[in-house]
Design a protein around this ligand. Structure first.
Ligand code: ATP
Ligand code: MG
Length: 415
């Protein structure tokens, strides 16, 4: 086990360190004779005073031994990541279960004469060396003592995303690290990104084309909603990296405006809306392939693209009509995107009023159906459809006010 770094604040008072479920998992691994440390995002985030997401644990135990240790301690055991040496252990009573991804450090094979023996060695330094950035290679034991093998704490304090080892080499091993470099900079970085890291990302950017689009999508969607997304995406555009993620004309200023609107209008930060703002003329087919868009996302994209242009000069009744035909979600998106694409301020009153109208809008139910018309003797068929539509048009033009009896009376007058 590496030495703890006393100069780094203890995480002993973190909720997740004190959590019995974490203690149970760590104790199970210890009892089985293994060393175990929490690692990566959970340690990094805790040191920044941010809430932990997933808890990853690295251990000297082999995956088999982790399974045994978990079973013996009465934990849930899942083999989903077994091929990467990851076993998921689940602790806690029903309704409060928590999963921990436990990954074996490293596998070494040794040959003794004719007998091949596989041994798993406790290579904590190698484990740290294999991680992408120094701030992602911080470890923490069951008592909250932090272990820092590659100087991650200093970089974390300085808010610098720094590759572990030589950036060029680390990028060649896995081109996704280019995207991760920008993503973690957008999330944690302050000031300019590490010069050597950025230069290496820029140089190696064509390697992004060899990656699984699924992996890229995951990173890019996280990047889009990171606190520093706007300034980082600007860097990515300058570095020629953005075009390898999604080709097409990007408008970082529209993204910037949308981010400001989200703040001023208390709107949730939605990665897909941000994507649509960044690429105002997004080609659906290209985007679908490049970012493995889901069917729902394709629907959203097409709905917004086919909605008519919206304007803050619309009268409320006009906007109501659009809302009736296109729905809140689409019109809210169209309003935010049009606002972000304009030069109007993020507290512009006319846009704000339209947005609030769209947010509060509840779709009224057209009070008639085909059955009502049939009851009046109109036969099923195109003529009935036409009459029903005419009534609906009238009802919409009258701002959804006329009620059922009024509409029926109108129908009787006509027929
Ligand atoms: P997040 O909160 O965004 O999930 P994270 O640090 O947990 O941040 P993950 O992508 O979940 O990021 O990865 C967990 C850890 O695994 C990282 O902290 C890092 O140590 C390591 N890691 C993940 N992907 C890579 C990679 N491509 N190359 C090297 N190390 C990686
Ligand atoms: Mg994570």
């Amino acid at each position: 086990m590496p030495m703890a770094a006393p100069e780094i604040p203890s995480l002993a008072n973190e909720d997740w360190i004190k959590d019995v479920r974490f203690k149970t998992v760590m104790e199970a691994l210890r009892k089985a004779g293994g060393e175990a440390l929490a690692v990566g995002g959970c340690v990094r985030d805790a040191l920044l005073g941010q809430a932990a997401s997933d808890i990853d644990v690295a251990t000297t135990l082999t995956p088999d031994a982790v399974v045994k240790a978990g079973t013996k301690a009465g934990l849930g055991v899942h083999l989903t990541g077994e091929e990467h040496g990851t076993i998921t252990l689940v602790a806690g009573p029903e309704g409060e279960r928590k999963a921990f991804e436990v990954t074996t450090l490293r596998v070494d094979s040794e040959t003794f004469g004719r007998h091949a023996r596989v041994s798993f060695t406790a290579g904590w330094q190698e484990d740290a060396q294999r991680r992408d950035f120094t701030m992602n290679a911080l470890y923490c034991d069951a008592n909250g003592n932090v272990h820092d093998l590659v100087g991650g704490y200093k970089d974390l304090r300085a808010r610098t995303v720094r590759f572990v080892g030589t950036p060029e080499n680390r990028i060649q091993e896995d081109y996704l690290r280019i995207l991760r470099f920008y993503r973690f900079h957008a999330r944690f970085g302050e000031g300019a990104p590490d010069t050597a890291g950025r230069a290496a990302c820029k140089m190696a950017r064509a390697g992004l084309d060899t990656l699984s689009r699924e992996r890229m999508r995951q990173e890019f969607f996280k990047l889009l909603v990171a606190p520093g997304a706007v300034s980082t995406i600007l860097l990515m555009e300058e570095d020629g990296v953005l075009a390898h993620i999604l080709p097409g004309a990007a408008s970082v200023s529209a993204l910037e405006n949308l981010a400001a609107l989200e703040l001023s209008q208390n709107n949730v930060c939605d990665p897909f809306l941000r994507l649509m703002a960044l690429y105002p003329n997004l080609d659906a087919a290209i985007a679908r392939t490049a970012l493995v868009l889901t069917n729902d996302e394709m629907k959203r994209l097409k709905a917004v693209a086919s909605a008519p242009p919206v304007s803050p000069r619309f009268r409320p009744a006009e906007l109501d009509r659009l809302l009736y035909w296109f729905g809140n979600d689409t019109i809210i998106a169209a309003l935010l995107l049009a606002w972000a694409g304009s030069s109007d301020a993020p507290d512009d009153e006319a846009w704000r009023v339209s947005l609030v109208q769209a947010q509060n809008w509840v779709r009224p139910e057209f009070p008639l159906s085909g059955n009502d018309l049939q009851a009046l003797g109109i036969e099923e068929g195109p003529e009935l459809g036409k009459q029903l539509q005419a009534l609906e048009d009238y009802w919409i033009a009258a701002e959804f006010v006329p009620e059922r009896d009024v509409l029926l009376a109108r129908l009787k007058d006509k027929n």
